[in-house]
Design a protein around this ligand. Structure first.
Ligand code: ZN
Length: 65
């Protein structure tokens, strides 16, 4: 068993680490359907949906008609 040393990770590809303790984030708009906090910031225009409702809406739109 020998290690293939031609394998290497891409250099300089360090993703920026998210700041620790993101519990106190910016105010998020709440879902218009279930009032769960969404990923969108408060001033987002239009109907903000949480991932769950967005997924359901997407499926409804895709299948509707
Ligand atoms: Zn929702």
């Amino acid at each position: 068993m020998d290690v293939d040393d031609t394998y290497c990770e891409p250099p300089g590809r360090t993703a920026p680490a998210p700041p620790a303790g993101t519990a106190e984030g910016p105010p998020y708009a709440e879902c218009v359907l279930c009032r769960e906090p969404t990923e969108y910031p408060e001033p987002t225009k239009g109907a903000t949906l949480c991932p769950v409702c967005a997924w359901q809406e997407a499926g409804r739109t895709a299948c509707g008609g």
